[in-house]
Ligand binder design. Structure first.
Ligand SMILES: CC(C)(COP(=O)(O)OP(=O)(O)OC[C@H]1O[C@@H](n2cnc3c(N)ncnc32)[C@H](O)[C@@H]1OP(=O)(O)O)[C@@H](O)C(=O)NCCC(=O)NCCS
Length: 198
């Protein structure tokens, strides 16, 4: 889809949030994206076990002070929240699967949220340890950032991580985000498209 595809219905009637495209148009772009090696797809309500496999694993939460999800119910609650985001906005975090194989390797992508009183797209990635070190997170993050800048250009992309989480830092940088010490909180922050407010 290109910007021209929406001509005649721009701005869309349901455009209330500064996004360039209506949720239905965004869903058409984001719901299933093929990269060189991966399918990035909208999560499904039956992804609860995969969500818990990834989010309940201490290894994937080494730098997360909240720790891993304690049980499947916690992961399923997160999944329901993510699905509502897809429902409302037409995009959100993806389930990451290899091409030709439905196994869920993890989750990642962009999700809209409010941070520092501004609407932003949060860049996220969490993969099962067996999939680490093959460039998959970079592939997910680059794809997410590329689509974000093209289809939701009004919103900055941010990534927040712990200073010790080198893999996460490298992934944010590989995706083109720029280190922003001025935005740091308890996390260190990377951003793209964050402009000063007037
Ligand atoms: C962060 C994470 C998604 C990276 O996934 P990945 O698929 O292994 O990442 P990639 O293979 O694309 O590598 C990205 C970069 O990080 C580097 N990297 C990966 N693992 C690393 C490690 N353990 N130590 C140092 N650098 C590492 C890679 O070399 C690469 O940098 P390069 O391009 O300079 O070579 C994965 O480690 C993960 O799921 N961690 C747990 C969840 C998490 O911390 N998410 C971030 C929350 S803020």
């Amino acid at each position: 889809m290109t910007k021209d595809d929406t001509q005649g219905r721009y701005p869309p009637a349901d455009m209330t949030d500064g996004s360039t495209f209506a949720p239905a148009s965004l869903r058409a772009v984001f719901a299933e994206v093929r990269t060189d090696r991966l399918i990035l797809r909208q999560p499904r309500s039956d992804d609860g076990p995969a969500m818990f496999a990834v989010h309940g694993d201490p290894a994937t939460n080494r730098y997360n002070p909240a720790g891993p999800d304690p049980d499947r119910a916690a992961s399923e609650e997160t999944l329901r929240r993510w699905l509502r985001q897809w429902e409302d906005g037409g995009y959100g975090y993806w389930a990451v699967t290899p091409l030709g194989d439905g196994t869920v390797l993890g989750f990642g992508g962009i999700m809209r949220l409010t941070w520092r009183d501004r609407d932003v797209l949060n860049l996220y990635y969490r993969l099962t340890p067996g999939a680490w070190g093959r460039g998959y997170a970079t592939e997910v993050a680059r794809t997410a950032v590329g689509l974000a800048r093209k289809y939701v250009p009004s919103l900055p992309v941010i990534a927040r991580t712990r200073p010790a989480n080198i893999a996460s830092i490298q992934t944010a940088e590989r995706a083109g985000l720029v280190r922003r010490p001025d935005l740091d909180t308890e996390h260190i922050v990377f951003a793209l498209g964050w402009t000063p407010t007037r």
